[in-house]
Structure formats: structure tokens, C-alpha cells
Design a protein around this ligand. Structure first.
Ligand code: SF4
Ligand code: SF4
Length: 389
């Protein structure tokens, strides 16, 4: 079987029977679940980035996690579901997230929700950016990992789907250190691809029934797309996912990194696809086309560096507080790896001189007050595309 094959099927709703039928159908071109043997322990790495009701489209939907659990248990496997959000990685935070995301649905289907919050160290000699890293220890107990992502727009990476989902294997607030270590979006993307290569999930799935457009990945707007995607290759899945929501693959730094490293083709026309994907292509999906990754040049000459500095000043997106919406909770200040946010008069204030444009503040603002602001020049250059402002 072609390991780069991407499968896509309709899945109109989160009705349990619809989910189970769609999962069975999307896996069929990939050989189904015949690889699952009785007694195996399967870890489902979901997207549980924040405690939000399923209809908000922030996290992998519990109905799909429950349906996948049923299919795996029917093959005799045991199932554990987990993730590490950007918050503290402990029982109190995760219990809140499990409840808010209604993961009791998956528990009732026989899944265990992860409560092993240990941290382990890994060495990955072939990595480009992170040869040594700390990861969430719960994955060690698994015979196989299934990466079950959610299709969303993303402030820093433009797209949150299969590849980005494995950043959640880095425990809690250590993620902020990684943002600080890799302020260049291309380096950050290479780090994500390193993680994808280290974990090599046996299967990658993407919940695109209800996707998220606009101010993603936590405060955007739910958008019905009505499909499921699956592939053994997370980058090939992302090429199709990006195309479905109207992003060019080259606009997604993780895809660009994977293309550079020979892990996937650069266009949907070069993918092997099972299923009719064209009906799912969205018109007017509200994107965050953050072009900051294009502003980091390899040109090391003095003139080259000067040109890039001017381009960055004119074109780079940056975080911006909507003062009217800010409630002064301080969450952005707490997650900012550059420690460049203060709260004054109950409003967030960014010292732009030290901002590394990681957009953690935008990702974790609980009320959507922190936005990705595109420069006027960049907006003119990409006129015609709808942007999240
Ligand atoms: S997280 Fe959002 S609401 Fe809270 S202080 Fe920052 S911008 Fe304001
Ligand atoms: S202000 Fe926001 S974008 Fe800038 S470094 Fe802090 S968290 Fe990252």
C-alpha cells in the first residue's frame, strides 16, 4: 500500500452511528484496523488544547473518539486517550479539560483517559532541530499511537491538523520554552516535523466535521466542513487539509518543512487520494494567513539581512490586544515565553520590542481578545483573501 495515500470521506454529523460508519469507511483504503491485535494498548493522541465544549470545535470531538474506541476494542485492544495542553500538565487541569470536552462519552465506550503525568527524555539523532527533548511519559506504555487531530486555523502555523497535533507530546509549559528557542517559524516547523518523525503514529486522522475558521486554534468560529481525513503520513494529510480550507500548502510552515525534507509532495495534485475531496473544498473559509515564515531568509550577507529586516518590519504579523474585549485575566502574560506582556489597568499591554511572534498569547486568551494583526502592507499584498484581523 502507498504509505502516502490520503483517504477522505463524508461525515455530516457527530451522531455515533454516522461517526462509526465514516471512520470505518475512511480507514478502509488504508487497510482498516487489521494491524490491531488482541491485547495491544493503543494511545489516541487527541487534540485537547483547552477545556471547551465539543460544539466550539476546539478539540477532537468526543463522539469520534468514542467511535474509534469501539472499533479498536472490537479488535481486542485497550485504548487510552490523552494530550498535554499549553497549560500546566497535571491532574487538576486535565480533569477539567476531560469534563469540559465531554470525554466521558469516550470513557463510556471503554477508553481510559490518561492520568499518567510523568515526563521522560528522548534522544533523536536524525532530528534537524531537537535531538533531545522532554515528552509526555504516558505514550511509553502504548504499542501504537493514533494521532487524531482537529482541522483549525492557527495563529503561528496557519494550519492546525495532523503534523501540529504532535506538539502536544511536549509537556505543558515546556512548550513555551520551545517557542522561545525557535522564534523563527521555519525552525519551529522543523521542530514539529522532528516530533512527527520521532513518534511516527501508525495512523493519522483529522476531524473536519466541524472545523474552526478565523481566530484559531482556540477562539475561532466553528465551520461545518463535513468530512474525515486519514493517512499514515501526517504531512500528506495536511497537504489535503490545507487545500480543503483554501490554504496553499507552501503557506503552512510545517508542510514547507516536510517538503524540504522529502516527506511529502508540495501540492495536492501530486498526492494519492482515495475519495472525492473536491466537494469539501471551502470557499471563503476565514484564514489566518500569517506570512511570517516567509520573512526569514537564508541570506547571510549584510545587504540580505538588512532587506529581510525591512521586510519583517513592513510585513510581519503581530499580536494585538482588542482592549474592549480584554478582561485582564493575565493568561497571556503567564504563557508568554518572552515575558513581554504586563497587565495595566486590567488590560494586557505588549512590549513589542521583545515579542518573538509565537502567538501563544492569541492561542490561550480565553475570550478571543488577543488577535493576529496583519500589517496594512501585507493585507494589500494578499487582497482578495478573507483574513482574521
Ligand atoms: S488573556 Fe486575553 S483577556 Fe486575558 S489579559 Fe490577555 S488579552 Fe486580556
Ligand atoms: S506577546 Fe504573544 S506573540 Fe509575543 S512573545 Fe509573547 S506570547 Fe508570543
Amino acid at each position: 500500500m502507498n504509505p502516502e495515500l490520503v483517504s477522505i470521506v463524508p461525515c455530516e454529523t457527530y451522531d455515533p452511528d454516522v461517526c462509526e460508519a465514516a471512520l470505518t469507511a475512511v480507514l478502509e483504503p488504508l487497510g482498516g484496523l487489521l494491524w490491531v491485535r488482541p491485547g495491544m494498548r493503543i494511545a489516541i493522541k487527541a487534540n485537547l488544547v483547552a477545556g471547551a465544549k465539543p460544539e466550539k470545535a476546539v478539540t477532537t470531538h468526543p463522539a469520534l473518539l468514542a467511535a474509534l474506541t469501539r472499533l479498536l476494542k472490537a479488535r481486542g485492544a485497550s485504548v487510552v486517550i490523552g494530550d498535554s495542553p499549553g497549560n500546566l500538565y497535571n491532574a487538576s487541569v486535565l480533569n477539567h479539560i476531560y469534563t469540559a470536552c465531554e470525554l466521558s462519552t469516550a470513557e463510556k465506550a471503554g477508553a481510559e483517559l490518561n492520568r499518567d503525568f510523568s515526563e521522560k527524555g528522548a534522544y533523536s539523532p536524525d532530528a534537524v532541530q531537537v535531538k533531545s527533548f522532554t515528552y509526555t511519559g504516558w505514550l511509553d506504555g502504548a504499542d501504537a499511537i493514533i494521532n487524531f487531530s482537529k482541522l483549525k486555523s492557527h495563529g503561528m502555523m496557519s494550519l492546525s491538523a495532523a503534523a501540529k497535533n504532535l506538539f502536544g507530546t511536549i509537556p505543558g509549559t515546556i512548550k513555551q520554552e520551545y517557542h522561545y528557542r525557535f522564534p523563527n517559524p521555519n525552525d519551529f516547523a522543523d521542530m514539529i516535523v522532528d516530533l512527527d518523525e520521532y513518534w511516527k503514529p501508525v495512523l493519522n486522522l483529522c476531524d473536519a466535521v466541524l472545523a474552526m475558521e478565523g481566530n484559531g486554534p482556540t477562539q475561532g468560529t466553528p465551520k461545518h466542513v463535513g468530512c474525515l481525513l486519514a493517512s499514515k503520513n501526517p504531512h500528506c494529510l495536511d497537504v489535503l487539509a490545507a487545500t480543503v480550507i483554501g490554504l496553499k500548502p507552501a503557506e503552512v510552515p510545517t508542510i514547507a518543512a516536510a517538503v524540504r525534507r522529502g516527506f511529502c509532495p508540495d501540492s495536492v495534485s501530486r498526492l494519492s487520494i482515495a475519495g472525492d475531496w473536491k466537494p469539501f473544498v471551502q470557499t471563503g473559509f476565514e484564514l489566518i494567513t500569517n506570512r511570517n515564515s516567509l520573512l526569514f531568509s537564508e541570506n547571510d550577507t549584510l545587504i540580505g539581512k538588512a532587506k529581510v529586516a525591512v521586510m519583517r518590519a513592513c510585513l510581519a504579523s503581530r499580536p494585538k490586544v482588542r482592549k474592549s474585549a480584554c478582561v485582564g485575566c493575565g493568561r497571556c502574560r503567564d504563557v508568554c515565553p518572552a515575558h513581554t506582556i504586563t497587565i495595566r489597568n486590567k488590560k494586557a499591554v505588549i512590549d513589542r520590542r521583545h515579542c518573538i511572534k509565537c502567538f501563544c498569547c492569541q492561542e490561550f486568551c480565553p475570550v478571543g481578545a488577543m488577535r493576529v494583526h496583519r500589517s496594512p502592507v501585507a493585507r494589500v499584498l494578499t487582497r482578495g483573501r478573507r483574513e482574521a484581523k
